[in-house]
Design a protein around this ligand. Structure first.
Ligand SMILES: Nc1ncnc2c1ncn2[C@@H]1O[C@H](COP(=O)(O)OP(=O)(O)OP(=O)(O)O)[C@@H](O)[C@H]1O
Ligand SMILES: [Mg+2]
Length: 474
């Protein structure tokens, strides 16, 4: 009787000392780790190594982005009895290897990510709200499960895929959060899992879970910061586009449709920033940046609204299209010279004067000729031609630049379509809009590598009310 007590006490001391040693080792290992994957590998190694708890296999299921799903993430252990011999022999060659050495060796071998068992596990998921499920209940308490206990479809699918027979489930949870669960078994040795084993398992897992949660939060914070940076970049890009839009608005060319094209993504950026701002995980300077993004998005939205009101009607006056073309050539003279571009004019001397908005039509041809210059790059020819045709005036601009691919040609009048690093993609969209507002037409033909030809037709006389009527239809 007395000796039995001594024996029990002795066992208890041994048990506690083993636990303390293990917990100490786990702490030592985990303090150096800050990635979810590394921490899980450390936990799984401690659980499956002979120097640790010595389970044959361990599987980790973790909550992912989806709130109502546990996804199989990692597994450690052999996928077959044959593998049981080989893989663990690599890691256990040196029986005296300490746990932390074993963990870093496993990390170096990228063992966890590439193991066949991890691959099988990562294809599995379990619905958190599965009422019938036995496995999912292991999220909240340690459970011993036999294959025959499993009835639900999801449980059977997991058991089938992992070859589970008798196993134990242990929650991975902090006081506030349920993160996932671990499944362990001794499928190859057939050794029964005792309450004592399960207790040790629970202690070790709960010991490591706080670090795991911290690592997960850190990783998600990193992702948030990344998307914050991307948002920042987008905002800058929109600011540049708006600046270009403003220049065009000053000459009355900014149309409502283009304002909308800018405004919609801006509103989305503002909304995204506000959502992120509400998340408590973003702190310090990142939070300050978020606030800047929110305010900037709002400022730009207001700015766009004020721009919209600046959109003016076309102001018709009598003018000479040849003169507009000449003015443009003078403006671009320096570019022509620098790039060795010759201008061949065939401007009809008897071209009748016509009615158009001088400022806007000037902008149209400036855009088209500038595009021709940019398409040529270095050395080439631009042909400029005008001629009367009944009650219209035709203006043709041809270049022998790089041309436009067939599959791209229908896009070039679309706002923001550009193939240039610094381009806004607004030039031709505005040109098209302005020509249409004048009751004219603009078309393009091109063969890639050989050049492009733009043909603009404008009516000789344009009634302002006619223009208004068309504007409302388009
Ligand atoms: N003459 C041309 N030769 C070849 N491609 C052209 C020509 N004109 C236009 N393009 C193509 O059409 C695209 C749209 O032209 P658009 O003038 O609308 O914008 P962008 O020139 O790219 O930008 P921005 O006008 O702000 O400088 C160009 O990026 C280019 O790919
Ligand atoms: Mg352009």
């Amino acid at each position: 009787m007395y000796s039995k007590k001594v024996e029990d006490l002795y066992m208890e001391v041994i048990r506690r000392s083993k636990l303390m040693n293990l917990l100490g080792e786990v702490s030592k290992i985990i303090t150096h780790l800050d990635k979810e994957e590394d921490i899980i590998l450390a936990i799984l190694t401690v659980i499956t190594a002979k120097q640790g708890l010595g389970f044959n296999r361990a599987f980790a299921f973790l909550r992912g982005q989806e709130f109502d799903l546990l996804r199989g993430k990692y597994a450690l252990g052999p996928s077959s009895p044959e593998e049981a011999d080989s893989i663990w022999r690599i890691l256990e060659k040196d029986e005296s290897l300490s746990l932390d050495k074993l963990v870093s060796k496993g990390q170096k071998l990228h063992y966890l990510r590439n193991s066949p068992l991890t691959k099988v596990t990562s294809r599995l998921s379990i619905g958190i709200n599965e009422i019938e499920g036995v496995i999912i209940r292991g999220m909240h308490e340690v459970r011993f499960v036999k294959k025959d206990d499993l009835k639900s479809e999801a449980d059977l699918r997991v058991a089938e895929a992992l070859g589970l027979e008798d196993f134990c489930i242990c929650p991975i949870a902090t006081v506030e959060d349920s993160i996932g669960l671990l499944i362990v078994d001794n499928i190859f040795t057939g050794k029964a899992i005792t309450a004592e084993d399960a207790h040790l398992l629970e202690m070790i897992v709960s010991h490591a879970t706080t670090s795991l949660r911290a690592a997960q939060l850190k990783e998600s914070l990193k992702k948030n910061v990344e998307s914050l940076k991307a948002t920042y970049r987008k905002l800058r890009a929109y600011e540049e586009r708006i600046m270009k839009a403003e220049r065009l608005a000053i000459s009355g060319e900014l149309t409502s449709s283009v304002i909308h094209e800018i405004k919609n993504p801006l509103v989305a950026i503002g909304g995204f920033a506000r959502n992120l701002y509400q998340s408590k995980t973003i702190t310090g300077t990142d939070r300050d940046k978020l606030e800047i993004i929110m305010n900037e998005a709002m400022r730009l939205e207001r700015y766009l609204e004020s721009l919209q009101s600046k959109v003016s009607e076309i102001k018709l006056e009598e003018g000479d299209i040849n003169q507009v073309i000449e003015d443009n050539c003078q403006l671009l003279q320096k570019d022509f010279e620098e790039r060795n571009i010759s201008i061949l004019r065939s401007l009809a001397p008897d071209l009748p004067r016509s009615q158009f908005d001088v400022v806007k039509i000037h902008e149209v041809f400036l855009n088209i000729i500038q595009n021709a210059v940019e398409a040529i790059g270095d050395s080439g020819v631009i042909r400029l031609g005008t001629w009367p045709d009944g009650d219209t005036i035709c203006i043709q601009i041809s270049d022998n630049g790089k041309g436009i691919a067939n599959e791209q040609i229908y896009k070039i009048f679309t706002p923001f379509y550009t193939t240039k690093e610094e381009g806004s993609g607004l030039g031709l969209a505005f040109a098209h809009r302005i020509v249409k507002d004048h009751g004219g037409n603009i078309s393009v033909t091109s063969s890639e590598g050989k050049g492009a030809t733009f043909l603009v037709t404008l009516p000789l006389i344009r009634q302002p009310n006619e223009a208004e009527a068309e504007k409302t239809i388009v």
